[in-house]
Design a protein around this ligand. Sequence first.
Ligand code: CMC
Length: 441
Amino acid sequence: MLAASSTSHPSLDPAILILGGQSYPLPVLEGSEGERAIDISKLRDQTGHITLDPGYGNTGSCTSAITFIDGEQGILRYRGIPIEQFADNTTFTEVAWLLIFGHLPSEAEYEEFSRDLTRFAYLDEGMKHQFEGFPRNAPPMAILSAMINALSCFHPELHELEDVDQFRHAAARLISKIRTIAAYAFRHSRGLPYIYPDPALRYVPNFLHMMFSQPYQQYLCPSLVRKAMNLILILHADHEQNCSTSTVRMVGSSGANLFASCAAGVCALWGPLHGGANVEVLEMLERIHQGNISAEEYVKLAKDKSSKVRLMGFGHRVYKNFDPRAQMLQKVAEELIPLISGDDPLLDIARRLEDIARSDPYFIERNLYPNVDFYSGILLRAIGIPTNMFTVMFAIGRLPGWIAHWWEQHQAAGGRIARPRQIYTGNRQTDYLRLESRGAA
Ligand code: CMC
């Protein structure tokens, strides 16, 4: 599955596969940070065999120049820049540009992109009627996915994105409108009037304005809140081939348009093992806070395989050491929550759970550390975001990553539709029986 590309290193010895007494040399590729892969793209043609890797833990699906993770050392870099360097005075808009276009924007590029985000924030009035059709208690992630998909009905001119200017406008439209859709989904769930975007406001304050302003009272975004929200979005902005990004690439590989591909990404993100974990974390902390279960009992339950309970916000497929995003979010939560909303008992519970888990052999042996979802919910709650909108916030943050990957794949030479194989384990050939000949069940 790993497409041969310029990362192939001529001096690397091939891997030798011995199968049925025959040996097959397989090229070895090396990425710019030294990660190596065996190129098996010709394996079936040469040997009649495929590889089997459920969950894709050992399968590279593409080469990519967007994000680098070293899970053993807890390193995360966007376009080469360590995530820690975005902690102060960086905006989500700037990071979105960096991920999508590959370099930090110049002042002119930044201003133009910001202007596009402002002018594209409105939704076609026809889309507002679509919101009315959803029940009040509809999950906001379902609305988000449906409405992102609906954007393709309103912008058919953006189905074919062949030049970079067209793509830049489509990307700005989507990044801008996702926050309007998210805010409208929330307003609809509360039966509140929709608040139009305010062209005088930047990305984060404008989103919070659409969420929290009233027709008779403008929400004023405190600078601490703006800072915390920018950081939350930045830390979620990309994470290479995670489930939702791989979904976006998979759907995009069929030639599906940007909106349809990102709508599919929202659906993948929704699951509790992926972006939906931030909701589960908060529900877990609430249960402990309400005294339904103690932190110790919860950890015990999470270790018991028959319980199907997991310590939510813990563990990661790639990080076998700390998740740098969790560390940064914890630090910001500790600093800002007392200033934004006063002391939060859930923060104390989170700290306690972390202490218990990190001194427990079960979690130590399996390298299970807090992940990005462990502290993000507590911070979002302090900002006033309701729990059922947490995963929507993750989606707003992850969108630039999805767009960057969709575009990278769209532009790559020789792209093929993503189409894994399987090992069939069902019936051998069997004959069809007419209904009357089948007897009683
Ligand atoms: N609580 C208890 N046990 C766990 C947990 C957990 N949170 N996570 C993993 N394990 C155990 C698992 O039972 C298995 O044990 P054993 O080897 O005895 O069978 C071992 O650790 C390895 O787990 P795995 O399920 O094979 O690991 P994975 O790489 O397939 O799954 C994960 C990664 C994130 C889905 C998983 O750790 C998990 O379910 N965590 C809780 C949900 C969560 O917080 N998800 C957010 C992930 S980060 C943000 C994002 O990607 O959206």
